[in-house]
Design a protein around this ligand. Structure first.
Ligand SMILES: [Zn+2]
Length: 163
C-alpha cells in the first residue's frame, strides 16, 4: 500500500445496518462527516498519482478561503498544494481526542469511576477506590487524595502532572 503523504483519502464508514448495502458510506477525511460515496469529490495533481478526497462542503470552504474556483478534477501543482495543506491541517474528528463530554463517560465506565465536569469545561474522571481514596484524572494532571475530605479540600497526596 502506498503511504504517500501527498494524498488525503477517505475511509469507508463501517456499516451500521444492512439497509444501505451496496451504497458505501464514506467518511470525509477533512471534516469527518459521513457521506455517500457518490458525493465524495476526488481531485488529482496534474502529472502525478496524488489524490485528495473530500466532501463538497469542505471543497467549497477551501474555495472560499482561497478565493478561487475549482473547475476541474485535475489540479495544477500550486492549487493541489494549497488543497493538500487545507485537507491535512484540519484536525480530524477532534471530538474523539482527549477527555471531553463524549470521551469522559467512556473512560469513567472503563475505570469504574464517574465523569465529572469542573469549571471551565474541563472534564475529570473521578475514581473512588474501595479503601476510601479518591483518584482524579484530567488531561493535565492525575491526583490521588487520601480520602473524600482531602478531595473536597483539594489536598492531593500525590499529584502527577501529565503535560
Ligand atoms: Zn468534509
Amino acid at each position: 500500500m502506498k503511504t504517500d503523504s501527498k494524498c488525503v483519502l477517505a475511509k469507508v464508514a463501517p456499516e451500521e445496518n444492512g439497509e444501505n448495502r451496496g451504497m458505501a458510506t464514506m467518511i470525509c477525511p477533512v471534516c469527518g462527516k459521513r457521506i455517500r460515496e457518490t458525493n465524495l469529490e476526488r481531485y488529482f495533481e496534474d502529472n502525478s498519482e496524488n489524490t485528495i478526497e473530500l466532501c463538497t462542503d469542505c471543497r467549497e470552504e477551501f474555495e472560499g478561503d482561497n478565493d478561487l474556483q475549482i473547475d476541474s478534477d485535475t489540479l495544477d501543482g500550486d492549487i493541489y498544494g494549497k488543497l493538500l495543506n487545507f485537507a491535512s491541517t484540519i484536525t480530524i474528528d477532534e471530538e474523539s481526542q482527549g477527555i471531553n463530554d463524549l470521551t469522559a463517560p467512556v473512560v469513567a465506565t472503563a475505570l469504574g469511576g464517574d465523569a465529572w465536569q469542573s469549571g471551565g469545561g474541563i472534564w475529570l474522571i473521578v475514581k473512588r477506590t474501595t479503601d476510601g481514596r479518591v483518584v482524579t484524572i484530567s488531561p493535565e494532571v492525575v491526583n490521588e487524595y487520601s480520602n473524600e475530605e482531602a478531595f473536597e479540600e483539594d489536598r492531593p497526596k500525590i499529584s502527577l502532572v501529565m503535560s
